[in-house]
Design a protein around this ligand. Structure first.
Ligand code: UGY
Ligand code: MN
Length: 247
C-alpha cells in the first residue's frame, strides 16, 4: 500500500543500508532488455561489488560480454535458458550460476515475471592460481550444515571454498527464534537478499525489522546479528568477499 506520509523502513547509512521492495526505482543497465533492473548496491553506496534485481517480461533478455567482472546469479522465481561461456542449461527457481571473469553469459526465453539476483565483483587474481571455472547449480541439491553446530541455523555454501574464488555466496535458513550465535564483526563485506520469512537484523547500533524482498548492505566491520521471527523459517541469500590477502 502506498504510504501517504513518506514513511519507509529503508535506511542508507555510511556503512550499512536497508532497501525494501517499496523503494525500488529501475535503471537501465547495458545488456538487459525487456526487463527491469534495480541496482540495489554498488560503488556509489560505498560497496566494492554490485547487487542487482532483474525482473523479466516474457520477451526479456540479459546478456553481458566477457570482462574483468565475475557474476553470480540466483533465480528467485520463474526460469529461462542460461548460457555461461560455452555451457548451456535450463534454469529455474533455486537455480544459480557463476560466471568467471573473462566469460560472457546470457539468460533468454524467460517465463514472464522471472526474477534474478546478480552479485558482480571485479575479479582479484591470486598469483599462481588459475581462474575459477563456470558453475551452474541448484540450491535444492546443495547440502546444508548446522551453523557452528546449531540446527536452527542452516548454512548452504553455493560455491567451492577454494583459493581461486574471491567471493562466496551462501544461503542461511533459520527456524523461528533461530539466530546468529553472536554479533559478528569482520573484514568481509556482505550483500544480502531476504528470500523468505522475517526477523530482526542488527546493523551497527541499529535494529531493523526485515522481511522477504528486503536487501541489506554491510560494509567491512559492520557489526551484524540476526534473529528469525514469526511462524515460518526465515532465509537469506548473501555475498561475501573471501580468500584474499589482508594487505
Ligand atoms: O558468513 C557470514 O559472515 C555470516 N555468518 N554473516 C551473516 O549472516 N550476517
Ligand atoms: Mn557475516
Amino acid at each position: 500500500m502506498p504510504d501517504l506520509f513518506g514513511h519507509t523502513r529503508a535506511r542508507i547509512a555510511a556503512r550499512h543500508a536497508l532497501i525494501t521492495p517499496g523503494n525500488h526505482v529501475n535503471s537501465s543497465v547495458p545488456g538487459i532488455a525487456g526487463a527491469t533492473a534495480v541496482v540495489l548496491i554498488n560503488e556509489a553506496m560505498g560497496a566494492k561489488f554490485a547487487q542487482l534485481l532483474v525482473t523479466f517480461a516474457a520477451d526479456g533478455r540479459a546478456a553481458q560480454p566477457a570482462s574483468g567482472t565475475q557474476t553470480f546469479g540466483y533465480v528467485m522465481h520463474g526460469g529461462g535458458a542460461l548460457t555461461v561461456g560455452k555451457d548451456k542449461a535450463k534454469i529455474a527457481a533455486g537455480g544459480f550460476f557463476y560466471v568467471p571473469a573473462g566469460q560472457p553469459w546470457s539468460l533468454t526465453a524467460p517465463k514472464a515475471g522471472t526474477q534474478l539476483t546478480l552479485f558482480q565483483k571485479r575479479y582479484v587474481a591470486l598469483p599462481g592460481t588459475p581462474l575459477p571455472k563456470a558453475i551452474i547449480g541448484d540450491a535444492a541439491k546443495v547440502k546444508g550444515t548446522p551453523f557452528l553446530g546449531d540446527p536452527a541455523a542452516n548454512l548452504q555454501v553455493l560455491l567451492p571454498d577454494e583459493p581461486a574464488f574471491d567471493l562466496a555466496v551462501n544461503i542461511f535458513a533459520y527456524q523461528p527464534g533461530g539466530h546468529l550465535p553472536f554479533v559478528e564483526v569482520h573484514v568481509m563485506e556482505h550483500g544480502l537478499l531476504m528470500l523468505g520469512g522475517a526477523g530482526v537484523y542488527r546493523l551497527e547500533d541499529s535494529w531493523y525489522p526485515v522481511q522477504a524482498g528486503d536487501v541489506i548492505w554491510m560494509a567491512p566491520y559492520c557489526a551484524q546479528w540476526f534473529v528469525a521471527m514469526g511462524k515460518v523459517p526465515a532465509s537469506y541469500l548473501y555475498y561475501k568477499d573471501v580468500n584474499r590477502p589482508a594487505i
